[in-house]
Design a protein around this ligand. Structure first.
Ligand SMILES: [Mg+2]
Length: 230
């Protein structure tokens, strides 16, 4: 299958534009646990279980609190706290930069994190001035992927035709609505969702790839795009 019909390139951010081995998302994961434990005055273990259950039931940890009207978790304070992390492991990815610049058409970031976090990550990866815009959780009115309403909003405000667009993601479930709307889907197979915590990883190991049968299942964006375009 050729990608020559693709006019719009949509990328998730965390664990998609860089691998989980960089230990970025695992920091966010841990900060979410401590924020919940502190604000709800519960143990870390209880906080972690609520966090993961929210993620399973509501798309993100935060959405779970918002949907159930839990006012002990302030959304903006939560987002600011969990994205305040050390990005020093991220290095310029010039191979990715080069191939992204070769792709015809507009590129977008579509993330359940904040736009500010995405900007910080993009800067570290040397991927500035590539993406047309960043659609983060606030732009989504706090309604995360995989809610299909958010995909509709994202497509509408950016005037994107899903039939000529392709979406890259590390979470299979986030590609299901994309496919339903007519987008081409690419799943990044990631093996290490949270390398700091193998016990938790085992318990929640099915959260990441979900056995979703994407149009393409790959382990390296640069290699995949180079095959298509070089
Ligand atoms: Mg991701």
């Amino acid at each position: 299958m050729s990608l020559s019909f693709i006019k719009t390139w949509v990328f998730d951010l965390d664990n998609t534009l860089y691998p989980p081995e960089e230990n970025i998302f695992s920091q966010i994961d841990e900060k979410m646990t401590s924020f919940i434990a502190e604000n709800l005055k519960i143990s870390h273990e209880e906080a972690f279980n609520i966090q993961k259950q929210n993620f399973i039931d509501h798309g993100t940890t935060l959405a779970g609190f918002m949907n159930t009207g839990n006012n002990k978790i302030n959304p903006d304070k939560f987002l600011e706290y969990v994205h305040d992390i050390n990005l020093s492991s991220l290095k310029a990815d010039n191979k990715l930069r080069k191939i992204l610049l070769m792709l015809p058409g507009e590129k977008y970031i579509f993330t359940n994190g904040t736009k500010k976090h995405a900007e910080n990550v993009i800067k570290r990866l040397n991927l500035e001035n590539i993406f047309h815009s960043i659609f983060g959780i606030k732009e989504a009115n706090y309604l995360p992927k995989p809610n299909i309403e958010t995909y509709n909003l994202f497509l509408k405000i950016n005037n994107i035709d899903p039939k000529t667009s392709i979406m890259f993601e590390d979470m299979g479930r986030n590609l299901i609505p994309a496919k339903k709307l007519g987008m081409t889907t690419v799943l990044l197979e990631r093996k290490l969702p949270n390398k700091n915590n193998s016990e938790q990883k085992e318990k929640y190991k099915d959260l990441w790839n979900d056995d979703y049968d994407a149009d393409y299942i790959i382990d390296d964006i640069v290699k995949f795009l180079n095959n298509e375009y070089n």
